[in-house]
Design a protein around this ligand. Structure first.
Ligand code: DAH
Length: 339
């Protein structure tokens, strides 16, 4: 009996059909009440008790094989039949959902593009840094509060290995290894040991710019800033420079732009002043040039640094910094049209 079952299995596996009618014939031949497979079930009664288990299993397998085969033949034919007359080649394809670029990437690229038009090239440096490039080379005094554990994530002490707190570290690295003229833009992620809230995060993004050459003056810095502000925020944008302090620049300034929400009249966004703060800048301190092996009697330079989150907030009015790192698709989808 097993031989008969095996022979039938081979026969069924090899079946072919070229029309629905042929498939129906095959179904009747093998699977109908009087079909060849059903006949085996009848004969099963005469199988000796000790073989019933094995043979019963084989007959069941054969029935499944036949059912699957006939269904497969039918499916193959019904597709071929219907394809001929129902395939609508003019129908639009199923939409492919497009991803969105992250708002911070959109704004970072925009900043880079503006500086690229002025001849700046991109420079990058490591996020895991040493004390020299983040602080010492940039003229931070040994006891400067920014070195404090509260601001800086230290990975190791003595020698100090830390997460960079600003992209100004890339200035130091580039100046150490290149000759002026240097005209670079350094985008990157930075880390500070801050409690996470709507207005502060333990990591964020900056873009730093550095220009070192003979005869670079504060007027060059101011003109570069004005160009940047107008390209970024519109041609009517005004800028103002307020004196400030950074260890690595002298003189130092902070730049504000006219508030584009109220047109400078004063509103809740600019806290009634008509101005919003955008970035820090200044003339590279001669100590920094010397620490990085550049002759400060021959060369001068300017530097500036800005937070990408801050610029993005100004452009898109994102109220909560945490939105940038939560990867909530509903938030990200709002920027689909922005690139
Ligand atoms: N590194 C400063 C910060 O993280 C930003 C900055 C200020 C960069 C002035 C500069 C600069 O290059 O000249 O707050």
């Amino acid at each position: 009996m097993l031989d008969r079952i095996n022979a039938l299995a081979a026969e069924i596996s090899a079946l072919t059909a070229s029309s629905a009618a042929e498939v129906e014939e095959l179904r009747i031949k093998y699977l109908s009440k009087k079909g060849l497979v059903s006949a085996l079930f009848n004969d099963f009664r005469t199988v000796p008790a000790d073989q019933k288990r094995e043979i019963g299993q084989a007959i069941n397998d054969l029935k499944n094989l036949a059912t699957d085969k006939i269904n497969a033949l039918r499916d193959a034919l019904s597709c071929a039949d219907s394809c001929d007359d129902t395939l609508d080649l003019t129908r639009s394809a199923a939409p492919i959902p497009l991803g969105t670029r992250h708002p911070l990437s959109i704004v970072r690229e925009e900043i880079i593009d503006i500086f690229r038009r002025l001849g700046f090239t991109i420079a990058e440096g490591p996020e895991i840094e040493d004390d020299w490039h983040v602080f010492s080379a940039l003229n931070f005094a040994e006891d400067h509060p920014a070195r404090d554990m509260q601001d800086t994530f230290f990975i190791n002490r003595m020698p100090d290995v830390l997460l960079r707190t600003h992209t100004s570290s890339v200035q130091a690295r580039v100046m150490e290894h290149s000759e002026p003229p240097i005209r670079i833009i350094c985008p990157g992620r930075v880390y500070r040991n801050e409690a996470i809230s709507a207005r502060a995060h333990c990591f964020f993004h900056q873009v730093e710019a550095l220009y070192v050459d003979k005869n670079v003056t504060f007027a060059d810095l101011r003109q570069t800033l004005l160009y940047f502000a107008r390209e970024m925020f519109g041609p009517d944008t005004q800028i103002r420079l307020r004196p400030s302090y950074f260890p690595f620049t002298e003189p130092s300034a902070e730049m504000d732009i006219s508030c584009d929400l109220c047109g400078g009249k004063g509103c809740s966004f600019c806290k009634g002043t008509g101005w919003v703060e955008i970035l820090g800048c200044g003339m590279v301190d001669p100590n920094v040039l010397e620490a990085c092996g550049i002759d400060s009697k021959v060369y001068t330079g300017f530097a500036l640094g800005m937070g990408v989150e801050r610029i993005t907030n100004l452009k898109y009015r994102v109220k909560d910094l945490r939105m940038f790192s939560e990867n909530d698709v509903r938030f990200l989808e709002e920027f689909t049209a922005a690139h």
